[in-house]
Design a protein around this ligand. Sequence first.
Ligand code: SF4
Length: 155
Amino acid sequence: MLHYLEFGISHMEVPGETTLCIYISGCSNRCPKCHYVQLQDADVGEVLSEYFDLILNMYHMYTTCVCFMGEGDCSAESIGELRQYVLRSHARGYKCCLYSGRDTEIEEWMKVFDYLKIGSYNDAYGPLTSKSTNQKMYMRRSDNTFIDITYRFWT
Ligand code: SF4
């Protein structure tokens, strides 16, 4: 069962989108110098299933994209739950983004998300806004292929 610590609007996380960011706890990536260590704790925060529709209702007029900041423990249960939230968001006209801390592209997620950020945080390379970053942001194109748009964080 996924939990979240906070949510809010951002213009920074997904280029060209006004984004409703939901911070999912239970991250198992354990990046050194993690920017948000509270997200590593399992099952902290509110139960997302109890509030997801309420949160979407609150922000539907003001946002174009739902950005899931983390994917929990990446268990089959968590992945299935997150997939349902993406489908429900799409049904309401939202685009969806995942900020994953994993270093590999995630084929399952490429079937459902419109944007995918992948890559652990490495202090030596910096975040997406650094030209030396190891992280990547991909965007789905109309032909369902993905394009690397990481450079759009560098302006
Ligand atoms: S993916 Fe993000 S939240 Fe998870 S350990 Fe890495 S920096 Fe922290």
